[in-house]
Design a protein around this ligand. Structure first.
Ligand code: M6R
Length: 609
């Protein structure tokens, strides 16, 4: 998500920091900032937009010194503007902090600090860190104050801190957000990503969670949060820059597929109340009574986001018993839809900028509906204009084919459903059962990813196919649509997703020995039904690739290739079953020699009608 770089040594810090930030721009950005120690005190500059904007600001109004920290932001709390850009400062202007991650208890900490007389300038969670360090700062070294502050914080962080009260030092600390120290010739770096410092050193020390790096002009040390020294090994980086930006993966799409154990955790973090089978959704902006009064929900979106919307419809109708309609945004905006004051219009969008979805949201608003955005990009137009929102926190998605945004959208819809359903008739026992199963999903996704080579082998068999059918039922019908879309987008193979039982009303005519048919057939409540559909395909010579969740003797003679996923609650299968389909599409496209991250004719964000 965001990026951090810091420098201490004999050289002027600014050009090194700006260059480091540019190397991190691929991770996404909406603003950037820099702070240096100029001998007399701290100087900082910030700018909204690309790093080149910050560069222009610094050119016009330079900051000086040989110690500094810098940050490129991809907003999570607070709009993407200059004020919310990092570094953040304490009241005295003697401390500067850059931060990646999310401080979950920042609301309570901010209140506490305001009561103690601290003045806040931004809307960010990060600013509490600067004030906490200020409150803890006495004549002891900076690292002691940082340790005291971090003991009060819940959530994730990778931070770098400088202070004019302990000027020849950078303190960096990590919990749940990557951070490393770079070791140069009489100079030291800190960075969230090795790309930022690769030009200057290949010797790095990776910090682990609960560790802190203290960089001075003469060396570095690593401490734990009890100020005890930790012995760390030095690693050598052999990758080139392109490999590093993609995290060692060949493509952003593959990197993003493999990020999903982490990204769905980020979507759930701080929101799932397992014991209560409930969710806390701070941005919903709906009173309990407004939620109880809802008589209709319209979900509107495009593409992959529309597919997650169909899963949302199934969730909400099944568990919260509120009627839901899912509409293509491009159709909704030109219809004459029935919208009442008790209608909630849920818009789903990775980018928050898709023209059709934005227009549909505005139309629903104009007709009196309340709007709720499930959006990934913080501060995007939809996120600014909706009445309430649930950010996905999936991090920047760069591959044009959406992957991690989809699973985060489904998680966000599950969280919304828990909230609405528990306010109505769903029991705590049922809610708890779903919440517990949700907690297991990251490890379950990882176990599928660990067997990616099996899916690659299947892709090898079908890389020259000209058509594919994807069939699923119930919660897995939208996954069939999503699997087909993924394949079409990046491999240019014609693919159709269908409800499995609908196949006999037409598409069955397509089936012959050249037709691969992907069945999403986990052991859920419609398993027996889908077995019949598999038999129908097999009887006509189709090649069956089945996604299953346990050994099924009944399928043994019917399927040609099996991809096993772990067992979960029926409603959560889409989050697991989509993973092999993303991988299948990816590997087929790679084997056809195609540009996976930028497929022809497609844009990441469709901002035109
Ligand atoms: O940013 P959005 O979620 O609003 O984008 C919607 C669609 O354009 C998007 O999902 C598109 O279908 C993707 N290329 C799918 O992989």
């Amino acid at each position: 998500m965001c990026g951090i770089v810091g420098y201490i040594g004999p050289k002027t810090a600014t050009p090194l920091l700006i260059e480091g930030l540019k190397r991190l721009e691929y991770r996404g950005y909406d603003s950037a900032g820099i702070a240096t120690m100029n001998g007399a005190g701290l100087e900082s500059r910030k700018a909204k937009g690309k790093i080149s904007m910050l560069e222009a600001v610094v050119e016009g109004s330079p900051v000086h010194g040989t110690v500094g920290i810098a940050h490129t932001r991809w907003a999570t709390h607070g709009a993407p503007n200059e004020c919310n850009a990092h570094p953040h400062h304490d009241c005295t202007g003697t401390i500067a902090v850059v931060h990646n991650g999310i401080i979950e208890n920042y609301g309570a900490l901010r209140q506490m600090l305001i009561q103690q007389g601290h003045k806040f300038e931004s809307e960010t969670d990060t600013e509490v860190l600067a004030h906490l360090i200020e409150a803890a700062m006495d004549d002891d070294p900076l690292e002691d104050a940082v340790i005291d502050a971090l003991h009060l914080v819940e959530g994730t962080y990778g931070i770098a801190v400088i202070s004019s009260r302990d000027p020849d030092k950078i303190v960096a600390a990590r919990k749940g957000s990557p951070l490393l120290l770079g070791l140069g010739e009489n100079e030291f770096y800190v960075a969230s990503d090795v790309a930022a410092i690769l030009e200057h050193t290949r010797q790095v020390v990776y910090l682990d969670d609960g560790e802190m790096g203290v960089l001075t002009r003469s060396g570095y040390e690593v401490l734990d949060l009890s100020a005890r020294r930790v012995r760390k090994g030095v690693s050598r980086i052999d990758w080139d820059l392109d490999q590093i930006e993609k995290g060692g993966f060949d493509h952003f799409m593959l990197k993003e597929i493999f990020e999903q154990p982490q990204t769905i955790q980020n979507t759930m973090r701080g929101r799932l109340v397992v014991d209560e089978g409930f969710s806390k959704l701070g941005g919903l902006n709906l009173t309990r009574q407004q939620m109880l009064d809802l008589d209709r929900i319209i979900i509107t979106a495009c593409g992959t986001s529309w597919h997650s919307g169909i899963i949302g419809e199934l969730y909400i109708e099944e568990l919260a018993r509120i009627p839901v309609e899912v509409e293509y945004a491009s159709e909704f905006r030109y219809r004459n839809p029935i919208v009442t004051k008790n209608t909630l219009c849920v818009v789903i969008s990775q980018s928050g900028e898709t023209a059709d979805t934005l227009a549909a949201m505005r139309e629903a608003k104009r007709r009196g509906a309340r709007t709720l955005g499930l959006v990934n990009v913080v501060g995007s137009t939809m996120a600014r204009e909706d009445d309430g929102g649930i950010y996905l926190h999936a991090g920047p998605e760069i591959g044009v084919a959406s992957t991690k945004a989809f699973t985060s959208q489904v998680i966000a819809l599950a969280l919304l459903t828990l909230k609405l359903a528990r306010l109505r008739e769903m029991s705590v026992v049922k809610g708890r059962q779903i919440a517990q199963a949700m907690l297991e999903l990251p490890d379950q996704i990882q176990s599928i990813l660990d067997r990616a080579s099996e899916i690659e082998a299947i892709a090898e068999q079908f890389k020259n196919a000209t058509n594919f059918l994807y069939l699923g039922r119930g919660y897995n019908f939208p996954v069939a649509l999503e699997g087909a879309l993924k394949l079409k987008e990046i491999s240019y193979i014609h693919a159709e997703g269908y409800p499995a039982a609908e196949m006999k009303h037409g598409p069955i005519a397509l089936i012959d020995e050249n037709m691969p048919v992907v069945f999403i057939a986990p052991h859920d409540s419609v398993f027996d039904k889908i077995v019949s559909n598999i038999q129908e395909v097999k009887a006509r010579g189709g090649k069956v690739i089945a996604i299953t969740s346990q050994k099924e003797p009944v399928l043994e003679k019917l399927i040609d290739y099996e991809i096993r996923i772990p067992q979960t609650e029926d409603m959560l299968y889409p989050i697991l079953s989509v993973i092999p389909l993303q991988l299948l599409a990816y590997y087929v496209a790679v084997k056809r020699g195609l540009n996976v991250d930028q497929p022809r004719n497609l844009a990441k964000s469709v901002t035109v009608e």
